[in-house]
Each structure stands twice: as C-alpha cells, then as structure tokens.
Design a protein around this ligand. Sequence first.
Ligand code: GLN
Length: 450
Amino acid sequence: AHLDRIAAVDDRVNAFLHVDAETTLAQARRVDERRAAGEDLGPLAGVPIAHKDVFTTHDMPTTAGSKILEGWRPPYDATVTARLREAGLVILGKTNMDEFAMGSSTENSAYGVTRNPWDLDRVPGGSSGGSSAAVAAYEAPLSTGTDTGGSIRQPASVTGIVGMKPTYGGSSRYGVIAFASSLDTPGPFARTVLDAALLHEAFSGHDPMDSTSIGEPVPPVVDAARRADVNGLRVGVVKEFAGEGYQPGVSARFNEAVELLESLGAKVVEVSCPHFTYALPAYYLVAPSECSSNLARFDAMRYGLRVGDDGTRSAEEVMALTRAEGFGPEVKRRIMLGTYALSSGYYDAYYGKAQQVRTLIRRDFESAFEQVDVLVSPTTPTTAFPIGERADDPIAMYLADLCTIPANMTGNAAISVPCGLSDGLPVGLQIMAPVLGDDRVYRVGAAVER
Ligand code: GLN
C-alpha cells in the first residue's frame, strides 16, 4: 500500500531519492519467513520505514543529497539501519535531504527540492525534509532523520508530525555520513508520539562502533509515551524564545499549548536562559568547523564522483576539480567558514569562543532544570515558508533553527509535537529535557499532541 502511495504522489512531493519495490517486497517476505519460523521480532516487525539518505544501507545507494556521492553503494549498514532491519522493519527507500544535512528547507539537495504535502509551493523543512514529507504525505508511517541543529524537529514542526532528537550519544552515529560530529544525532519521525517512541526504542542504545555512544540503558520512552500525563510536572517557558520575531499564529498556538499543559495539571513558570540566543551564532562556528574537517574525506579518490582524471592531471588537480563540481554552494560556504574559524590566529577568537559559549548554554540548562522538569518553546519561529523565499539569504534560512540549536550544543533531549495550525499550516511545540531525560519529552508530548 505504501509503495502504491509513493507511486501515486511522489512525482509531486519528491520525498524519495531511491525507491526499489523489488528489494522492499523481498525484505517484507523475509520478515514473514522469520515470523513463521517463530522468531520474536518485536512490535514494529513488518512496518515499512523510509531512511534519510545519510544512513548507509548495504542494498541501496547513499548520497547524503550530494553529487559527490552519486552512485556510491556503501558496503555496510549504519547501526540504525541494521538494528531496524533486525527488528523486522522494511525499508521503502531513501529520502531527500539538504546536501550533507546543511540547510533548513531541503532546497540544498543536489537532486531537486522536496515539497511540503500541506502546500506544494512550500518547503518541508530541512535538512531531513524528505523524511518529514514522506510521513506527512502518508508515503511512509515512520522515517529516520538526523538532527545537528534542528534537522528533525524543524521539518517535523512544519509538516505537522512528530520528530525527536534523542540525547546526544543515545543513538549511534556509526554509518551516518558525518556533518558535525559533536552535534549529529539520529532520531525518529512518526505521526504520533507513541509511534516515535517505539521507533526510538528499536534503534537506540549503546553501540561500541561509535566512540561517543553513551553506555547507559535507553530511557523508558515507550512507557513514558503510554503514560502521557503531566499532572504535577513543572514546565518552564523559555523567556528568550517568546515574544517578538515569532509569527502571530505560532505564538498563539504555543500559548494555547501552554494553557493546555496547565489545564492538565502542570505547573507552568517562566524561566530565563540568557545564553540561548547566542547558541545560533556559536553553532555557525562549531558546525562549519567540524564540517570542514569531516568533508576532507571527499577527495575524489575514495568515494563516488571523480572529475578530470584523464591521465594528464595531478591527483591534486583532480581533487580540486571534483570538489568544485561535486559540492554545492552551501557546502562550500560552510567549508570556507569552518576552515577560517579553525585557522591559526583565528582559532581562539572564533572556534575557542564558540566552545566557551557552549559551556554557558549548558549552565543555563542546568540551572533551568533545577527549577523545572521540562522546558518548552515554539519549535521554529514561522510555519513552512515558500520555496525560494530564503534561498539567497543564508541568515534568514539559519534563523529557522533559533529555538532548536541550544539542545544540540549541549546534547539535551528535545521533541517537536504538532500543536495546531496557523493559516492552515502546522505549528510545532518543542519540549526539551535534561541529558538522558528522553522519556520526559515523550511523556509530555503524548499528553499534549494534537
Ligand atoms: N539547519 C541547520 C544547518 O543548516 C541544522 C541542520 C541539521 O540539523 N542537520 O546547519
């Protein structure tokens, strides 16, 4: 049924970069066989899933939305994809994304834009916009994404679905093509909070293949989503993420969600996190710095594209030609920013300073969580914007992640759940919890999702 749905609508939505019905149906038959053989596969066995094209899959190509990886077939599975195969989920295909996960609209993909199913002239958010659009368009019941600065929560918000960024290190980065390694976090998309929790639990937990993987048990997210109550819970409204600069409909839906929390028995207070507004500029030093280092591996020798290798050019020339043609403009901008911020003489003033800001943000979270159990804010300042509107204005594009970036800078758990519509377009409520407090955001999210 989902393959039929993809065939019917994806020429308009363009959520998928790769769909291969034969491989999908073969996987589904294999699940039937395993079930028939008496294997206990868990609650999601047989459920179809779409993976962001940043997760390696041994039987499907993986491009990270970049021309430089066109045609690359990874020899192995990411831990997330491997665990979900093991649990019996069936892969429908790979979804479109901003190149190397850099963007907030999926317009930076080398393979065309993905459209928001609510309004095909608007963006589905990004960078995991193919995954959010696929679930919102009923092409897939579940999908995966990665959240480095908001790339799960923001697309979930603007497509009216649930998207969760687990605690950093709670989900494995092994086999996830790296953007900014201290921030990258795989997580689930679903249409309900409980579905997201089931998916979260199926792929999370310690992985010896990821050096920053946490050696703690997965927080009880499914139980928390089933519990779905907020009675007596202390909820903090982040003062710095309210008021000016937010679309009126976004503020209105956010205020209603806060009233709903109160009516369900939560104790709501305003909390100040004075350094949260510096998270965005600090992120745009840290993330490009890490990207400039991670993307050095695309050297025309090891993977995918190779340009100008006709026997007359040096390796260095081939490398330069390949990178010039293989990387898009946003990726080049990030590599240049990052190389600059890391260069000697500038390192302390930029990268070093950004790391210090990160510590201040962590302290804000710590003191906030001495007063409250969760923090809430709008997920993103506006609803889905028109395709093209911010394409030539990187700063306007970057602002889409204003509210989501603090949790990335510190590794905290955070979710976006739908909280109503503004002018017919979805609005998201962000709920943030302490590190390893993932269950709390599911508990609150399940109580207030709409
Ligand atoms: N939009 C942000 C960026 O462009 C975040 C992206 C992400 O979370 N992968 O860097």
